[in-house]
Design a protein around this ligand. Structure first.
Ligand code: M6R
Length: 600
C-alpha cells in the first residue's frame, strides 16, 4: 500500500526512482510520481494509473549529475486517484512523499489556509510540505523546521522531503509505516544513499541498510549513513524476485510452494523431533491458552492453526480478526500466549493488536514472512515463515508456509508437553513431508483445472464449503477467487448451509466442495447432497469420485487429512488464477487491493 523511494548520488535519477517504484508495484497503487532536485531546480512529474503513464510523462527527462530525488506510488485514502492528489506534493521550494495517514491534517490545513497558504489537493499529505515551509520562516535550520513539522503530526507515516534550501539532503521521518535507508555505490564508485518502504527495491543496489524505528526523524546525505543506528548488511537475490518465466508472480509463487515449504521445515523438523530454537526462553508450562490474531489470508491460516493447536497440542486456542480485536476492549489473561500472523509484518491492524497485547503484559509471538519487519521487531519471539518475497497481491505461498509453521508449532508444543510419543512424532513428520510433496504442481492437473475454469465464469456466485480445518481453507479459496476474479464468493462451514445460505442454491450457484476422505467425509457428503438436491452446480475436490457432482477435481489418495488440505489448497489457488485470467484481470495487481495494508 503506497510505496516510497528516495535516492542521493550520481546515477541517473529518473530510472533509479522509477525502477525502485516498479519493485514496489506489488503493494498496490493507483497513481505515481517523482521529483528530482536538479541543479537547484525541482522537477516534478506525476501520472494516474500504472508506472508506464509516469514514464511517458517524463520520457525526455534525464539527470545524471550529482543530485537527489524522491518517488511514490499512491493508493488513494484521502481524495480520489487523480494527478493532483498523486505525490510528491509541493510547496514553494520543497516536495514531499508520504505513506500512511495524517489524522489531524484537517486542523493543520485550516490553520495554514488562514495564514494564506494555498492547497491544490484533497490529500492529508499536502499539509506536511506547507507546514514545513511555514516553520522554516522562523527556524534556525532546515532540520529544525522539519522536526517541528513532524512533531505536530498525528497518525502513521513514512515521509521523505526534499527542499531547494538544502540541495544535498533528504529529510525523513517514520512512525507506524515502514521506511528503510540503504547505502551502496553509484557508477562512479562513490557512496549512494537509497530510501525505500521495503527491501525489494534495495536488493542489488544497497549493501547496508538501516530499518528505521518508529519516532525516527532526521536528515541523510552522502557521508552521513554510518551515523544511523543498527546498520545491517543487506543480502538478497534479485532473481528470486523475478517471474522465472511465469506470466504472473502469483502463478510462480503457487509453483514454488513445495520448495519454500521445505525451507520452512528446515532445521525445525527432523525424522523424530521438532525444534524451534527461536522459542528458547518461552516457558510453555506457563501458557494456558493461545490467541491467534491476524487479517485476511493470515487470519484464515490462524483459524486453520487453531484446529491444529487444539487437536495436537491440546491447548485452548481462540482466533481474532485484528481490526475487530483492537477496539472491543478484549479481556486478556496473563497466561495467554498472543500470536500475530502476518505475511508482510507491516499490517497496521495486526501491529496495533500486537502492541495492545504487549501493553497488557502478554507474551507475544510474531509469525511473519519478512525479517526485520515491524511485527518481527516488536514481538517477544518470532518465527519466520521463509516463503521468500511474495509479490502477487493475492497471497499463496505465504499462506502455505503460515499453516506449516502453525502445524510445526502445534507439534513442538505437544512434544514439549509430553503429549506426543516418539512414534506419533515420526508419523507427523512423515505426514508433513507427504503434504509438502503434494503441493508440487502437476502440469496435467493444472491443465484440467484451466479447462474446467471456463464453466465457472457466469454464475450468480460461489460457495466454497468445508468442515473442520477445511472450513478456513474454504474461506481462503473464496477470498482468493474474489480478490482476483471480482466474482462474488463466500466460504462456509458446510454444516451451516441449512441455516440460511442454502436459500441461494439454484443451478447458477457454483459450489466448490472440499471433501477430504480422512476427515468427516460422510458429514460433508450429506451437506453436498442437500445442495445437489437444490440443483446447485457442484465442483467436488476429493480423492474418490462423488457421483452427485457436476465436475470433479481429483486429489491424490492419502491417509492423512493434512495432505488433503495442502493438495486442495493448490487446486483452489490455481482455480482462482485461471478464472481470473479468463476474465482478463491483472492477477498480480487486482483492483482496489494493496499488498501491504499499512493504514487502518
Ligand atoms: O501482510 P499480512 O499477512 O498481515 O496481510 C493481511 C491481509 O491484508 C492479506 O492476507 C490479504 O488478505 C491478502 N490480499 C490475501 O491474499
Amino acid at each position: 500500500m503506497c510505496g516510497i523511494i528516495g535516492y542521493i548520488g550520481n546515477d541517473e535519477k529518473k530510472s533509479i526512482l522509477i525502477n525502485g517504484l516498479r519493485e514496489l508495484e506489488y503493494r498496490g497503487y493507483d497513481s505515481a510520481g517523482i521529483c528530482v532536485l536538479e541543479n537547484g531546480e525541482l522537477r516534478n512529474f506525476k501520472a494516474v494509473g500504472k508506472l508506464v503513464n509516469l514514464e511517458r510523462k517524463c520520457e525526455d527527462f534525464f539527470f545524471n549529475g550529482f543530485g537527489l530525488g524522491i518517488g511514490h506510488t499512491r493508493w488513494a485514502t484521502h481524495g480520489k486517484p487523480t494527478e493532483v492528489n498523486a505525490h510528491p506534493h509541493f510547496g514553494h521550494f520543497s516536495n514531499v512523499v508520504h505513506n500512511g495517514i495524517i489524522e489531524n491534517y484537517q486542523s493543520i490545513k485550516e490553520r495554514l489556509q488562514t495564514q494564506g497558504r494555498t492547497f491544490l489537493s484533497q490529500t492529508d499529505t499536502e499539509v506536511i510540505v506547507h507546514l514545513f515551509e511555514s516553520h522554516l520562516e522562523t527556524s534556525t535550520s532546515v532540520l529544525e523546521a522539519f522536526s517541528q513539522t513532524i512533531a505536530e503530526l498525528k497518525g502513521a507515516y513514512a515521509i521523505l522531503l526534499i527542499t531547494q534550501k538544502s540541495p544535498n539532503t533528504i529529510y525523513y521521518a517514520k512512525n507506524g509505516s515502514p521506511l528503510i535507508i540503504g547505502k551502496g555505490e553509484d557508477k562512479l564508485g562513490k557512496e549512494a544513499i537509497y530510501f525505500a518502504s521495503s527491501d525489494a527495491p534495495l536488493i542489488g543496489l544497497a549493501n547496508e541498510v538501516c530499518y528505521l524505528e518508529d519516532g525516527a526523524v532526521g536528515a541523510c546525505e552522502v557521508g552521513g549513513f554510518h551515523m544511523l543506528p543498527k546498520i545491517k548488511p543487506l543480502s538478497g537475490d534479485k532473481l528470486s524476485a523475478q517471474k522465472d518465466g511465469f506470466t504472473f508472480f502469483m502463478e510462480k509463487e503457487i509453483y514454488e510452494q513445495h520448495k519454500v515449504l521445505l525451507e520452512t521445515m528446515m532445521g525445525r523438523v527432523s525424522e523424530d523431533s521438532f525444534s524451534l530454537e527461536e522459542l528458547n526462553g518461552l516457558d510453555f508450562s506457563e501458557v494456558e491458552s493461545i490467541t491467534l490474531c491476524a487479517c485476511g489470508t493470515s487470519y484464515h491460516a490462524a483459524i486453520a492453526g487453531s484446529y491444529l493447536l487444539e487437536r495436537i497440542a491440546k491447548l485452548k486456542t481462540k482466533v481474532e480478526i485484528a481490526s475487530e480485536f483492537r477496539y472491543r476492549e478484549p479481556i486478556l489473561r496473563q497466561k495467554e500466549l498472543f500470536v500475530v500472523i502476518s505475511q508482510s509484518g507491516e499490517t497496521a491492524d495486526t501491529l496495533e493488536a500486537l502492541k495492545l497485547a504487549k501493553k497488557a503484559g502478554l507474551k507475544t509471538l510474531g509469525i511473519c514472512n519478512v525479517d526485520n519487519s515491524s511485527i518481527v521487531r516488536q514481538s517477544d519471539f518470532g518465527l519466520l515463515t521463509r516463503a521468500g518475497i511474495e509479490k502477487g497481491v493475492a497471497s499463496t505461498k505465504a499462506f502455505a508456509t503460515q499453516v506449516m509453521v502453525l502445524w510445526i508449532l502445534a507439534n513442538f508444543i505437544a512434544q514439549k508437553c509430553g503429549i506426543l510419543g516418539k512414534s506419533e512424532i515420526q508419523q507427523q513428520t512423515k505426514t508433513m513431508l507427504e503434504a509438502v510433496r503434494t503441493t508440487k504442481v502437476d502440469k496435467k492437473a493444472h491443465e484440467h483445472i484451466k479447462r474446467l475454469s471456463r464453466r465457472y465464469l457466469h454464475g450468480h456466485g460461489f460457495f466454497f464449503i468445508g468442515r473442520d480445518i477445511f472450513y478456513p481453507l474454504a474461506l481462503e479459496g473464496a477470498l482468493k477467487l474474489k480478490e482476483i476474479s471480482y466474482l462474488h464468493a463466500e466460504g462456509y462451514p458446510s454444516g451451516e448451509m441449512k441455516h440460511g445460505p442454502i436459500a441461494l442454491a439454484d443451478s447458477r450457484l457454483f459450489c466448490v466442495a472440499l471433501m477430504p476422505q480422512n476427515l468427516l467425509y460422510d458429514k460433508i457428503k450429506s451437506n453436498v447432497e442437500e445442495l445437489s438436491a437444490r440443483d446447485a452446480t457442484l465442483c467436488a475436490l476429493s480423492a474418490e469420485y462423488y457421483e452427485g457432482c457436476d465436475d470433479w477435481i481429483k486429489i491424490p489418495h492419502t491417509s492423512h487429512y493434512m495432505v488433503e488440505f495442502f493438495s486442495m489448497m493448490v487446486v483452489l489457488q490455481i482455480f482462482a488464477l485461471e478464472v481470473a485470467v479468463r476474465l482478463g484481470n491483472d492477477v498480480d495487481m487486482p483492483r482496489n487491493l494493496a499488498k501491504s495494508v499499512t493504514v487502518e
